[in-house]
Design a protein around this ligand. Structure first.
Ligand SMILES: Cc1cc2nc3c(=O)[nH]c(=O)nc-3n(C[C@H](O)[C@H](O)[C@H](O)COP(=O)(O)OP(=O)(O)OC[C@H]3O[C@@H](n4cnc5c(N)ncnc54)[C@H](O)[C@@H]3O)c2cc1C
Length: 461
Protein backbone atom coordinates (compact mmCIF):
# COMPACT_ATOMS: atom_id res chain seq x y z
CA UNK A 1 0.00 0.00 0.00
CA UNK A 2 1.32 3.50 -0.81
CA UNK A 3 2.28 5.63 2.14
CA UNK A 4 0.11 8.49 3.38
CA UNK A 5 2.42 11.51 3.52
CA UNK A 6 1.93 13.64 6.61
CA UNK A 7 3.69 16.82 7.77
CA UNK A 8 3.69 17.72 11.45
CA UNK A 9 4.73 21.29 12.17
CA UNK A 10 6.33 21.61 15.59
CA UNK A 11 8.05 18.92 17.63
CA UNK A 12 7.02 19.92 21.14
CA UNK A 13 4.77 17.65 23.19
CA UNK A 14 1.85 18.02 20.72
CA UNK A 15 3.78 17.24 17.53
CA UNK A 16 5.98 14.53 19.00
CA UNK A 17 3.12 12.72 20.73
CA UNK A 18 1.00 12.88 17.57
CA UNK A 19 3.90 11.32 15.64
CA UNK A 20 4.19 8.58 18.28
CA UNK A 21 0.48 7.77 17.99
CA UNK A 22 0.56 7.75 14.18
CA UNK A 23 3.55 5.39 14.21
CA UNK A 24 1.89 3.09 16.75
CA UNK A 25 -1.18 2.50 14.59
CA UNK A 26 -0.99 -0.55 12.35
CA UNK A 27 -3.65 -0.15 9.69
CA UNK A 28 -2.30 2.63 7.44
CA UNK A 29 1.40 3.00 6.56
CA UNK A 30 2.48 6.61 6.98
CA UNK A 31 5.47 8.70 5.97
CA UNK A 32 5.87 11.57 8.43
CA UNK A 33 8.03 14.68 8.15
CA UNK A 34 8.31 16.25 11.61
CA UNK A 35 9.36 19.91 11.31
CA UNK A 36 11.06 21.87 14.10
CA UNK A 37 12.43 25.38 13.73
CA UNK A 38 14.37 25.44 17.01
CA UNK A 39 16.99 22.65 17.37
CA UNK A 40 17.02 22.92 21.20
CA UNK A 41 13.29 22.13 21.19
CA UNK A 42 13.41 18.91 19.14
CA UNK A 43 11.04 16.43 20.83
CA UNK A 44 10.80 18.80 23.81
CA UNK A 45 9.14 22.07 22.79
CA UNK A 46 9.43 25.22 24.86
CA UNK A 47 8.50 23.73 28.23
CA UNK A 48 10.77 20.68 28.46
CA UNK A 49 14.09 21.94 27.07
CA UNK A 50 17.37 20.48 28.37
CA UNK A 51 18.16 23.71 30.25
CA UNK A 52 15.00 23.38 32.37
CA UNK A 53 16.86 21.45 35.05
CA UNK A 54 15.61 23.47 38.03
CA UNK A 55 12.02 24.21 37.08
CA UNK A 56 9.72 21.40 38.18
CA UNK A 57 6.71 20.16 36.25
CA UNK A 58 3.57 21.81 37.57
CA UNK A 59 1.86 18.43 37.69
CA UNK A 60 2.96 15.39 39.73
CA UNK A 61 4.39 12.21 38.16
CA UNK A 62 1.04 10.43 38.57
CA UNK A 63 -0.58 12.73 35.97
CA UNK A 64 2.20 13.02 33.38
CA UNK A 65 1.99 9.70 31.50
CA UNK A 66 2.15 10.08 27.72
CA UNK A 67 -0.62 7.50 27.33
CA UNK A 68 -4.11 7.83 28.81
CA UNK A 69 -4.54 4.03 28.97
CA UNK A 70 -1.25 3.56 30.85
CA UNK A 71 -1.39 6.00 33.80
CA UNK A 72 1.79 4.56 35.40
CA UNK A 73 3.87 4.81 32.23
CA UNK A 74 5.91 7.88 33.29
CA UNK A 75 6.42 6.51 36.79
CA UNK A 76 7.66 3.20 35.40
CA UNK A 77 9.93 4.93 32.90
CA UNK A 78 11.45 7.00 35.71
CA UNK A 79 12.21 3.88 37.70
CA UNK A 80 13.62 2.02 34.71
CA UNK A 81 15.95 4.97 34.14
CA UNK A 82 16.57 5.74 37.80
CA UNK A 83 20.36 5.31 37.74
CA UNK A 84 20.78 7.65 34.81
CA UNK A 85 18.44 10.32 36.20
CA UNK A 86 19.16 10.14 39.92
CA UNK A 87 21.08 13.40 40.20
CA UNK A 88 18.12 15.50 39.12
CA UNK A 89 15.08 13.67 40.46
CA UNK A 90 13.51 15.48 43.41
CA UNK A 91 11.66 12.34 44.35
CA UNK A 92 10.12 9.62 42.30
CA UNK A 93 6.91 8.68 44.02
CA UNK A 94 3.62 9.20 42.24
CA UNK A 95 2.83 12.55 43.90
CA UNK A 96 6.37 13.94 43.49
CA UNK A 97 7.52 16.46 40.91
CA UNK A 98 10.51 16.08 38.62
CA UNK A 99 12.34 18.78 36.64
CA UNK A 100 10.81 19.61 33.28
CA UNK A 101 14.01 18.51 31.50
CA UNK A 102 13.32 14.96 32.72
CA UNK A 103 9.91 14.98 31.09
CA UNK A 104 11.64 16.12 27.88
CA UNK A 105 14.06 13.16 28.24
CA UNK A 106 11.05 10.84 28.62
CA UNK A 107 9.29 12.25 25.53
CA UNK A 108 12.50 12.02 23.47
CA UNK A 109 13.22 8.46 24.61
CA UNK A 110 9.72 7.16 23.88
CA UNK A 111 9.74 8.92 20.50
CA UNK A 112 13.09 7.37 19.53
CA UNK A 113 12.02 3.90 20.68
CA UNK A 114 8.75 4.19 18.74
CA UNK A 115 10.58 5.23 15.56
CA UNK A 116 13.03 2.31 15.94
CA UNK A 117 10.23 -0.20 16.59
CA UNK A 118 8.17 0.73 13.53
CA UNK A 119 10.90 0.77 10.90
CA UNK A 120 9.75 -1.17 7.84
CA UNK A 121 6.07 -0.25 8.37
CA UNK A 122 6.25 3.52 8.54
CA UNK A 123 8.77 6.24 7.72
CA UNK A 124 9.70 9.29 9.75
CA UNK A 125 12.11 12.12 9.07
CA UNK A 126 12.91 14.99 11.42
CA UNK A 127 13.47 18.23 9.51
CA UNK A 128 15.05 21.17 11.29
CA UNK A 129 13.44 24.04 9.39
CA UNK A 130 10.79 26.71 9.83
CA UNK A 131 7.57 26.19 7.92
CA UNK A 132 6.61 29.40 6.13
CA UNK A 133 3.44 28.61 4.20
CA UNK A 134 0.85 25.92 3.51
CA UNK A 135 -1.21 25.97 0.31
CA UNK A 136 -3.90 23.50 -0.79
CA UNK A 137 -3.19 21.50 -3.98
CA UNK A 138 -4.87 18.63 -5.85
CA UNK A 139 -2.93 16.08 -3.84
CA UNK A 140 -3.25 17.74 -0.45
CA UNK A 141 -1.03 20.62 0.69
CA UNK A 142 2.16 22.21 -0.62
CA UNK A 143 4.32 23.13 2.29
CA UNK A 144 7.18 25.63 1.94
CA UNK A 145 9.84 25.71 4.63
CA UNK A 146 13.29 27.23 5.01
CA UNK A 147 14.66 23.89 3.80
CA UNK A 148 12.38 22.61 1.00
CA UNK A 149 9.01 22.66 -0.75
CA UNK A 150 7.07 19.38 -0.52
CA UNK A 151 3.53 18.11 -1.02
CA UNK A 152 1.72 16.17 1.71
CA UNK A 153 -1.63 14.45 1.85
CA UNK A 154 -2.29 15.81 5.33
CA UNK A 155 -0.80 18.45 7.60
CA UNK A 156 -0.93 18.89 11.38
CA UNK A 157 -0.24 22.27 12.94
CA UNK A 158 1.43 21.64 16.31
CA UNK A 159 3.20 24.97 16.59
CA UNK A 160 2.22 25.57 20.23
CA UNK A 161 2.06 28.86 22.08
CA UNK A 162 3.13 32.08 20.41
CA UNK A 163 6.04 33.37 22.54
CA UNK A 164 5.49 36.60 24.54
CA UNK A 165 5.97 39.83 22.59
CA UNK A 166 8.87 42.05 23.55
CA UNK A 167 6.91 45.25 23.87
CA UNK A 168 3.55 44.08 25.10
CA UNK A 169 3.72 45.87 28.45
CA UNK A 170 5.57 48.96 27.22
CA UNK A 171 3.63 52.20 26.80
CA UNK A 172 3.82 53.39 23.14
CA UNK A 173 6.36 56.15 23.87
CA UNK A 174 8.83 53.62 25.37
CA UNK A 175 8.69 51.07 22.57
CA UNK A 176 11.67 52.35 20.59
CA UNK A 177 13.98 52.74 23.58
CA UNK A 178 16.95 50.48 24.23
CA UNK A 179 15.83 48.89 27.48
CA UNK A 180 17.42 46.07 29.52
CA UNK A 181 14.60 43.56 28.90
CA UNK A 182 15.17 39.82 29.25
CA UNK A 183 12.63 37.25 28.02
CA UNK A 184 12.03 34.54 30.57
CA UNK A 185 11.35 31.95 27.81
CA UNK A 186 14.86 32.45 26.46
CA UNK A 187 16.50 31.59 29.79
CA UNK A 188 18.19 33.91 32.29
CA UNK A 189 21.80 35.03 32.23
CA UNK A 190 23.63 35.12 35.59
CA UNK A 191 22.27 38.15 37.45
CA UNK A 192 24.37 39.87 40.09
CA UNK A 193 22.64 40.44 43.43
CA UNK A 194 23.56 44.14 43.31
CA UNK A 195 21.12 44.52 40.39
CA UNK A 196 17.48 45.32 41.08
CA UNK A 197 15.06 43.23 39.06
CA UNK A 198 11.55 44.03 37.85
CA UNK A 199 9.50 41.01 36.75
CA UNK A 200 6.46 41.95 34.65
CA UNK A 201 3.72 39.32 34.99
CA UNK A 202 2.99 37.23 38.10
CA UNK A 203 1.97 33.85 36.64
CA UNK A 204 3.78 30.56 36.01
CA UNK A 205 6.72 32.17 34.16
CA UNK A 206 7.28 34.47 37.14
CA UNK A 207 7.49 31.44 39.46
CA UNK A 208 9.96 29.78 37.06
CA UNK A 209 12.07 32.94 37.07
CA UNK A 210 12.12 33.14 40.86
CA UNK A 211 13.24 29.49 41.01
CA UNK A 212 16.02 30.22 38.54
CA UNK A 213 17.14 33.34 40.45
CA UNK A 214 17.15 31.33 43.68
CA UNK A 215 19.28 28.57 42.10
CA UNK A 216 21.73 31.25 40.91
CA UNK A 217 22.08 32.44 44.52
CA UNK A 218 20.58 35.84 43.66
CA UNK A 219 19.56 37.74 46.81
CA UNK A 220 18.90 41.25 45.54
CA UNK A 221 15.64 43.21 45.33
CA UNK A 222 12.85 41.85 43.16
CA UNK A 223 9.67 43.67 42.20
CA UNK A 224 6.87 41.71 40.56
CA UNK A 225 4.28 43.86 38.80
CA UNK A 226 1.03 42.68 37.25
CA UNK A 227 -2.47 44.11 36.82
CA UNK A 228 -4.04 42.01 39.60
CA UNK A 229 -0.96 40.96 41.58
CA UNK A 230 -2.25 37.38 41.73
CA UNK A 231 0.22 34.50 41.96
CA UNK A 232 -0.43 30.80 41.16
CA UNK A 233 -1.81 28.83 44.10
CA UNK A 234 -0.08 25.74 45.48
CA UNK A 235 -1.04 22.21 44.46
CA UNK A 236 -2.13 20.18 47.48
CA UNK A 237 -3.28 16.56 47.13
CA UNK A 238 -6.97 16.39 48.12
CA UNK A 239 -9.40 13.48 48.50
CA UNK A 240 -11.45 12.87 45.37
CA UNK A 241 -15.07 13.86 45.02
CA UNK A 242 -17.48 13.43 42.12
CA UNK A 243 -18.88 16.95 41.91
CA UNK A 244 -19.30 18.43 38.42
CA UNK A 245 -20.78 21.56 36.84
CA UNK A 246 -23.48 21.41 34.17
CA UNK A 247 -23.64 23.89 31.25
CA UNK A 248 -24.44 27.46 32.31
CA UNK A 249 -25.44 30.37 30.12
CA UNK A 250 -23.52 33.14 31.82
CA UNK A 251 -20.18 33.73 33.44
CA UNK A 252 -21.99 34.85 36.58
CA UNK A 253 -23.94 31.56 36.77
CA UNK A 254 -20.74 29.59 36.25
CA UNK A 255 -19.02 31.44 39.04
CA UNK A 256 -21.98 30.99 41.36
CA UNK A 257 -22.25 27.26 40.62
CA UNK A 258 -18.50 26.81 41.06
CA UNK A 259 -18.57 28.53 44.45
CA UNK A 260 -21.44 26.32 45.59
CA UNK A 261 -19.53 23.21 44.49
CA UNK A 262 -16.45 24.40 46.33
CA UNK A 263 -18.51 24.79 49.52
CA UNK A 264 -19.99 21.33 49.04
CA UNK A 265 -16.55 19.85 48.46
CA UNK A 266 -15.24 21.47 51.65
CA UNK A 267 -18.25 20.12 53.56
CA UNK A 268 -17.50 16.62 52.20
CA UNK A 269 -13.92 16.86 53.43
CA UNK A 270 -12.28 17.22 50.01
CA UNK A 271 -11.46 20.60 48.44
CA UNK A 272 -11.93 22.95 45.49
CA UNK A 273 -8.88 21.69 43.62
CA UNK A 274 -10.50 18.36 42.82
CA UNK A 275 -13.40 20.14 41.14
CA UNK A 276 -11.02 21.47 38.48
CA UNK A 277 -9.85 17.93 37.89
CA UNK A 278 -13.44 16.68 37.58
CA UNK A 279 -14.74 19.40 35.27
CA UNK A 280 -11.87 19.39 32.77
CA UNK A 281 -13.59 17.06 30.30
CA UNK A 282 -16.69 19.32 30.50
CA UNK A 283 -14.83 22.56 29.83
CA UNK A 284 -15.04 22.63 26.00
CA UNK A 285 -18.84 22.25 26.24
CA UNK A 286 -19.10 24.83 29.04
CA UNK A 287 -17.00 27.26 27.00
CA UNK A 288 -18.94 26.69 23.77
CA UNK A 289 -22.24 27.25 25.60
CA UNK A 290 -21.21 30.81 26.50
CA UNK A 291 -22.08 33.59 24.04
CA UNK A 292 -19.27 35.75 22.66
CA UNK A 293 -20.24 38.53 25.10
CA UNK A 294 -20.11 36.11 28.01
CA UNK A 295 -16.71 34.82 26.89
CA UNK A 296 -15.48 38.40 26.79
CA UNK A 297 -16.91 38.97 30.26
CA UNK A 298 -15.05 35.87 31.50
CA UNK A 299 -11.78 37.08 29.97
CA UNK A 300 -12.17 40.55 31.45
CA UNK A 301 -13.22 39.67 34.99
CA UNK A 302 -12.50 36.03 35.76
CA UNK A 303 -9.55 34.90 33.68
CA UNK A 304 -6.82 36.06 36.15
CA UNK A 305 -8.61 34.19 38.96
CA UNK A 306 -9.16 31.14 36.76
CA UNK A 307 -5.43 31.05 35.90
CA UNK A 308 -4.15 31.00 39.50
CA UNK A 309 -6.68 28.39 40.62
CA UNK A 310 -6.47 26.12 37.59
CA UNK A 311 -2.73 26.38 36.77
CA UNK A 312 -1.22 25.66 40.16
CA UNK A 313 2.41 25.11 41.15
CA UNK A 314 4.07 22.59 43.48
CA UNK A 315 3.69 23.69 47.11
CA UNK A 316 7.49 24.09 47.46
CA UNK A 317 7.62 26.53 44.51
CA UNK A 318 4.75 28.55 46.01
CA UNK A 319 6.50 28.57 49.39
CA UNK A 320 9.69 29.93 47.85
CA UNK A 321 7.78 32.94 46.48
CA UNK A 322 5.90 33.44 49.77
CA UNK A 323 9.16 33.38 51.76
CA UNK A 324 10.61 36.12 49.57
CA UNK A 325 7.45 38.20 50.03
CA UNK A 326 7.51 37.73 53.79
CA UNK A 327 11.19 38.68 54.11
CA UNK A 328 10.66 41.77 51.95
CA UNK A 329 13.02 40.57 49.19
CA UNK A 330 10.10 40.45 46.77
CA UNK A 331 7.54 43.24 46.45
CA UNK A 332 4.32 42.24 44.74
CA UNK A 333 2.83 45.28 42.99
CA UNK A 334 -0.62 45.56 41.39
CA UNK A 335 -1.07 48.05 38.63
CA UNK A 336 -0.24 49.13 35.11
CA UNK A 337 3.01 50.53 33.74
CA UNK A 338 2.43 54.08 32.49
CA UNK A 339 5.94 55.12 31.50
CA UNK A 340 9.46 53.72 31.23
CA UNK A 341 12.54 55.82 30.45
CA UNK A 342 16.30 55.42 30.62
CA UNK A 343 17.77 57.00 33.77
CA UNK A 344 21.33 57.72 34.89
CA UNK A 345 23.98 55.07 35.56
CA UNK A 346 22.30 52.50 33.31
CA UNK A 347 19.20 52.52 35.50
CA UNK A 348 15.70 52.34 34.07
CA UNK A 349 12.97 54.51 35.59
CA UNK A 350 9.54 52.92 35.76
CA UNK A 351 6.24 54.66 36.48
CA UNK A 352 3.16 52.66 37.28
CA UNK A 353 -0.41 53.35 38.34
CA UNK A 354 -1.40 51.19 41.33
CA UNK A 355 -4.66 49.32 40.74
CA UNK A 356 -7.86 51.25 41.57
CA UNK A 357 -5.97 54.54 42.00
CA UNK A 358 -5.03 57.54 39.89
CA UNK A 359 -1.64 57.77 41.62
CA UNK A 360 1.70 57.52 39.86
CA UNK A 361 4.52 55.63 41.58
CA UNK A 362 8.12 55.77 40.36
CA UNK A 363 11.00 53.40 41.01
CA UNK A 364 14.36 52.50 39.48
CA UNK A 365 15.44 49.11 38.28
CA UNK A 366 18.48 47.59 36.56
CA UNK A 367 16.74 44.81 34.68
CA UNK A 368 13.25 43.98 33.43
CA UNK A 369 12.24 40.35 32.95
CA UNK A 370 9.25 39.79 30.67
CA UNK A 371 7.05 37.08 32.18
CA UNK A 372 3.83 38.15 30.46
CA UNK A 373 3.10 34.70 29.00
CA UNK A 374 2.19 33.65 25.48
CA UNK A 375 0.46 35.91 22.97
CA UNK A 376 -3.12 34.71 22.68
CA UNK A 377 -4.32 36.96 19.83
CA UNK A 378 -3.25 34.97 16.75
CA UNK A 379 -3.83 37.94 14.45
CA UNK A 380 -0.83 39.53 16.20
CA UNK A 381 1.44 36.48 16.25
CA UNK A 382 4.02 37.83 13.79
CA UNK A 383 4.47 34.21 12.65
CA UNK A 384 4.75 33.92 8.82
CA UNK A 385 2.92 30.58 8.63
CA UNK A 386 -0.03 31.64 10.81
CA UNK A 387 -0.25 35.00 9.05
CA UNK A 388 -0.28 33.30 5.61
CA UNK A 389 -2.97 30.82 6.68
CA UNK A 390 -5.17 33.57 8.11
CA UNK A 391 -4.66 36.02 5.23
CA UNK A 392 -5.41 33.37 2.59
CA UNK A 393 -8.53 32.30 4.46
CA UNK A 394 -7.46 28.63 4.89
CA UNK A 395 -7.62 29.33 8.63
CA UNK A 396 -9.86 31.58 10.70
CA UNK A 397 -9.56 32.74 14.29
CA UNK A 398 -12.12 31.89 16.89
CA UNK A 399 -13.82 34.22 19.31
CA UNK A 400 -11.50 36.90 20.70
CA UNK A 401 -8.89 35.96 18.04
CA UNK A 402 -7.77 33.30 20.49
CA UNK A 403 -6.85 30.18 18.55
CA UNK A 404 -8.00 28.80 15.21
CA UNK A 405 -11.51 27.64 14.42
CA UNK A 406 -11.56 23.85 14.22
CA UNK A 407 -14.18 21.13 13.95
CA UNK A 408 -14.55 18.36 16.49
CA UNK A 409 -11.65 16.41 14.92
CA UNK A 410 -9.33 19.40 15.00
CA UNK A 411 -9.62 20.15 11.25
CA UNK A 412 -9.48 23.87 10.45
CA UNK A 413 -12.55 25.83 9.42
CA UNK A 414 -11.77 28.16 6.51
CA UNK A 415 -13.14 31.61 5.73
CA UNK A 416 -16.02 30.10 3.69
CA UNK A 417 -17.14 28.34 6.85
CA UNK A 418 -16.16 24.95 5.39
CA UNK A 419 -13.85 22.31 6.79
CA UNK A 420 -10.35 22.58 5.34
CA UNK A 421 -10.03 18.82 4.80
CA UNK A 422 -6.70 17.30 5.80
CA UNK A 423 -5.38 20.39 7.65
CA UNK A 424 -5.47 19.79 11.41
CA UNK A 425 -4.49 21.68 14.56
CA UNK A 426 -3.62 20.38 18.02
CA UNK A 427 -2.93 21.96 21.40
CA UNK A 428 -3.01 25.65 22.21
CA UNK A 429 -4.00 26.58 18.64
CA UNK A 430 -7.45 25.22 19.56
CA UNK A 431 -7.85 27.45 22.62
CA UNK A 432 -10.57 29.63 21.08
CA UNK A 433 -12.82 26.58 20.60
CA UNK A 434 -11.93 24.49 23.61
CA UNK A 435 -10.42 26.93 26.16
CA UNK A 436 -8.76 24.07 28.05
CA UNK A 437 -6.27 22.63 25.54
CA UNK A 438 -2.75 23.58 26.58
CA UNK A 439 -1.71 20.92 29.11
CA UNK A 440 -0.71 17.27 28.76
CA UNK A 441 -4.09 15.80 29.63
CA UNK A 442 -5.90 17.50 26.74
CA UNK A 443 -2.96 17.30 24.30
CA UNK A 444 -2.68 13.56 24.99
CA UNK A 445 -6.36 13.03 24.29
CA UNK A 446 -6.17 14.99 21.02
CA UNK A 447 -2.98 13.18 19.92
CA UNK A 448 -4.64 9.82 20.58
CA UNK A 449 -7.76 10.80 18.59
CA UNK A 450 -5.92 12.22 15.55
CA UNK A 451 -4.88 8.92 13.87
CA UNK A 452 -8.52 7.77 13.75
CA UNK A 453 -9.71 11.14 12.43
CA UNK A 454 -6.94 11.28 9.82
CA UNK A 455 -6.59 7.69 8.76
CA UNK A 456 -9.91 5.90 8.71
CA UNK A 457 -9.09 2.34 7.62
CA UNK A 458 -8.07 2.19 3.95
CA UNK A 459 -7.25 5.84 3.30
CA UNK A 460 -3.66 5.10 2.10
CA UNK A 461 -3.12 6.96 -1.17
C1 LIG B 1 7.03 26.97 31.21
C2 LIG B 1 5.93 25.97 31.00
C3 LIG B 1 5.70 24.93 31.90
C4 LIG B 1 4.69 23.99 31.70
N1 LIG B 1 4.51 22.96 32.59
C5 LIG B 1 3.55 22.04 32.34
C6 LIG B 1 3.35 20.89 33.19
O1 LIG B 1 4.03 20.71 34.18
N2 LIG B 1 2.36 20.00 32.88
C7 LIG B 1 1.58 20.18 31.78
O2 LIG B 1 0.69 19.34 31.53
N3 LIG B 1 1.73 21.25 30.99
C8 LIG B 1 2.70 22.15 31.22
N4 LIG B 1 2.87 23.20 30.39
C9 LIG B 1 1.95 23.34 29.25
C10 LIG B 1 2.66 23.06 27.96
O3 LIG B 1 2.26 24.15 27.14
C11 LIG B 1 2.28 21.76 27.31
O4 LIG B 1 2.47 20.69 28.21
C12 LIG B 1 3.15 21.46 26.08
O5 LIG B 1 4.49 21.65 26.37
C13 LIG B 1 2.73 22.22 24.86
O6 LIG B 1 3.41 21.61 23.78
P1 LIG B 1 3.19 22.03 22.29
O7 LIG B 1 3.91 21.04 21.47
O8 LIG B 1 1.75 22.22 22.01
O9 LIG B 1 3.84 23.47 22.16
P2 LIG B 1 5.37 23.91 22.22
O10 LIG B 1 6.07 23.30 23.35
O11 LIG B 1 5.36 25.40 22.14
O12 LIG B 1 6.00 23.30 20.89
C14 LIG B 1 5.72 23.79 19.61
C15 LIG B 1 6.98 23.67 18.76
O13 LIG B 1 6.65 24.05 17.43
C16 LIG B 1 7.77 24.73 16.88
N5 LIG B 1 7.29 25.57 15.78
C17 LIG B 1 6.40 26.60 15.86
N6 LIG B 1 6.18 27.13 14.64
C18 LIG B 1 6.94 26.43 13.77
C19 LIG B 1 7.15 26.51 12.36
N7 LIG B 1 6.53 27.44 11.60
N8 LIG B 1 8.00 25.64 11.78
C20 LIG B 1 8.65 24.69 12.51
N9 LIG B 1 8.50 24.58 13.87
C21 LIG B 1 7.65 25.43 14.48
C22 LIG B 1 8.32 25.54 18.05
O14 LIG B 1 9.69 25.86 17.86
C23 LIG B 1 8.09 24.58 19.24
O15 LIG B 1 9.24 23.82 19.52
C24 LIG B 1 3.88 24.12 30.57
C25 LIG B 1 4.11 25.19 29.67
C26 LIG B 1 5.13 26.09 29.86
C27 LIG B 1 5.37 27.19 28.84
Amino acid sequence: MALTKIAIIGSGLSGTLTAINLLRQQHTPVSIDLYEQEPAQLNRGAAYRENNVHQPLNVPISRMSLFSQEPNHFYQWLHENENRLKACIYGAEMEDYVPRKIFGDYLTDIFQKTVAACSGNHELEVIVAKVLSITPSNEGYILASTSKITTYHQVILASGNVPPQRAIFLPPNSRNLELPIIHSWEGLPKIDSSKQVLIVGSGLSMVDTIIELDKQGYHGTIRVLSRHGLIPLPEIPEPHNHLTLGPKESTYELLKAFRELAKEAEAQGSGWRTIFHNIRPEIPTLWQTLSDDEKQCFMRHLQPFWEIHRHRVPAFSHQLVQNLIETGSLQLLKGRITNIINGNDEKTIVNYRPRHTQASVTFETDLIINCTGPVTDLTRSGDPMLEQLLQSGYATTGTLQMGLNTNVNGELINSNGNTQRGLFAIGSLRKGNLWETTALREIRQQAEALPMAMLPVGIGV
